[in-house]
Design a protein. Structure first.
Length: 535
């Protein structure tokens, strides 16, 4: 554990990770243990004795726990976590600091059989929901557990045969076709020596069995023709094994799947509002990663131009919307392994990448997790093409060039298309896109789609206008500012406000050009330097 210096300690905020006590003479051991328990459950922290609570904090000295080594050993024995201490001598005033290590992943720290935590300045016992959330961090695989009341007859053999066909096609193994249904499920570990796993119920369970044994294992499809509240125009509830309805669910989405059109020269092409691969991956993610120990169903809500997939349970431990493309943390590993055998998922973590890549290639908004929280993941798919010319551009680049694109390349290209600033120092994909001519530099940390884009999309005039404006307009903006402020003069600080995306060197280059053309002159030096118009 890293301890702060005494000056750093005095500047820390008291709250979930730090506590200050004067304790001039003594302090109760159990109360200290209770505070360290709460700090551990909130990520670790410090209890400092001999310091005032209010700012500006002062050291007052404390005689509490005269043998901190013995206290440390007693705390470790009681709390079952690592505890350490530091002693400071501030002008003869003794300051004692105890530090509690963070709780282990998937476990909470206990004091007298109670998991304490902090709510602001208060010590409170953890709620049942908080304890459950911590327990689920450990990667406990609910889908691999056996259901004590389930029997083989609770499984739908038609769903099992659907899985068999997919497994045989994926593996190419002829022996799969000859296995009995029971042996097939034993080989894929849907059945365990102890009985029927929850993965088997989720993937192959009969409707009546799921209603009796796992009632929340349900996928609900709704079609809504508008955003208005009220009953859905079409609703279907699938409380049956996943392999029994997966294809039917896509058929319902595709039933109202409009086509959007874009033109490339004399040819007109169409793109479905809802891409089959993206929709299937969204549903697969919801079914394989949802928390089956929470009440609630998976909902697939279809609107005219967007699809919303809601699944109970927040993101798996360590996964956020920001890192979801780069990290893997399967919540139901046994379930995912069986889906992998069937060829429904390629390998862990790739489904989300595929969704993002295909969305970009179809010029649609990126999948969004807006509205997700600790209890539910919301995935929104926007089906509207935003820039049809991008599809023409990507098609003209060719499959050979696109085959070299990784997920980061597509994300970088999409960000530039949307006008975002890109830092070339932290984004190695820039150089590759520049070499391909997919993008061009347009200023400091600013890029634009390349000449190829405008050539392929019959927009050469627009390219010339944008490039011309990019150079000449910026020069005219600075000149106009200098002329508008002829009485007081203009400074570099003002120029940076006029052109916030330009570096100081780029602004100096424009100023030199204006001065060389005899349009401006300067008075003063360095900080006092001001520019005036000659006309």
């Amino acid at each position: 554990m890293t301890f702060p210096t005494l000056p750093e300690l005095l500047e820390l905020n008291e709250g979930e990770n730090c506590e200050f006590k004067q304790a001039a003479h003594a302090y109760e051991f159990d109360r200290l243990a209770q505070y360290l328990c709460a700090l551990s459950n909130n990520g670790g922290g410090f209890v400092a004795f001999g310091v005032t609570n209010n700012r500006p904090r002062q050291t007052t000295g404390s005689a509490a726990f005269p043998q901190p080594e013995d206290t440390r050993r007693a705390l470790i024995e009681k709390l079952k976590i690592n505890v350490d201490f530091r002693l400071h001598n501030d002008g003869g005033k003794r300051v004692l600091v105890f530090a509690a290590a963070p709780r282990p992943v998937g476990m909470f720290t206990l004091h007298n059989n109670t998991p304490w935590t902090r709510r602001g300045d208060s010590l409170v016992a953890m709620t049942t929901d908080e304890q459950h959330r911590i327990f689920m961090e450990s990667g406990h695989d609910f889908s691999a557990e056996t259901c004590a009341k389930a029997v083989f007859e609770d499984l739908d053999l038609e769903a099992v045969e659907n899985f068999r066909k997919r497994w045989a096609m994926k593996s190419g193994a002829q022996g799969v076709a000859a296995l009995s249904p029971r042996q097939l499920l034993l080989d894929c570990e849907a059945l365990a020596p102890g009985g029927v796993t929850y993965a088997a119920l989720i993937l192959f369970g009969r409707r009546e069995a799921l209603g009796r044994l796992l009632g929340n294992c349900e996928v609900v499809f709704e079609y809504r023709s508008s955003e208005a509240s009220g009953p859905a125009a079409h609703r279907v509830e699938f409380r049956q094994g996943f392999f029994a309805f997966f294809d039917r669910l896509w058929e319902l989405v595709n039933l109202r799947n409009d086509r959007q059109h874009y033109q490339d020269g004399p040819f007109v092409f169409d793109v479905p509002t809802f891409d089959e691969r993206i929709v299937r991956e969204a549903v697969l993610n919801a079914v394989s990663h949802r928390n089956y120990q929470l009440a609630g169903s998976v909902f697939v809500r279809q609107y005219a131009t967007r699809l919303l997939v809601e699944s109970p349970g927040g993101f798996p431990h360590g996964i956020t919307p920001e890192n979801i493309l780069n990290r893997q943390s399967p919540r139901n590993r046994r379930l995912a392994d069986i889906l992998l055998r069937a060829g429904l998922i390629e390998r862990s973590g790739q489904g989300m990448n595929l969704m993002f890549e295909r969305s970009i290639r179809q010029s649609k908004a990126l999948p969004s997790f807006h509205g997700s929280d600790a209890w539910q993941v919301n995935l929104t798919l926007d089906g509207v093409m935003q820039d049809p010319k991008l599809l023409v551009f990507l098609n003209k680049l060719g499959d050979e060039a696109l085959a070299t694109f990784g997920m980061d390349d597509f994300l970088c290209l999409d960000a530039i298309r949307r006008g975002e600033k890109i830092n070339p120092e932290t984004n190695p994909n820039i150089e590759k896109l520049l070499e391909l001519g997919a993008i061009e530099r347009a200023g400091h940390k600013k890029f634009m789609l390349g000449r190829k884009f405008y050539a392929f999309t019959n927009s050469k005039g627009k390219y010339t206008r944008l490039r011309g404006l990019d150079r000449e307009t910026n020069k005219q903006l600075l000149l106009k500012h200098i002329r508008d402020n002829a009485d007081t003069g203009s400074t570099y600080q003002e120029f940076e406000q006029v052109l916030p995306s330009f570096s100081r060197n780029q602004i100096q280059w424009i100023i030199k050009k204006l001065k060389k053309q005899g349009l401006i002159f300067n008075v003063g030096q360095k900080r006092g330097n001001k520019w005036y118009p000659t006309i």
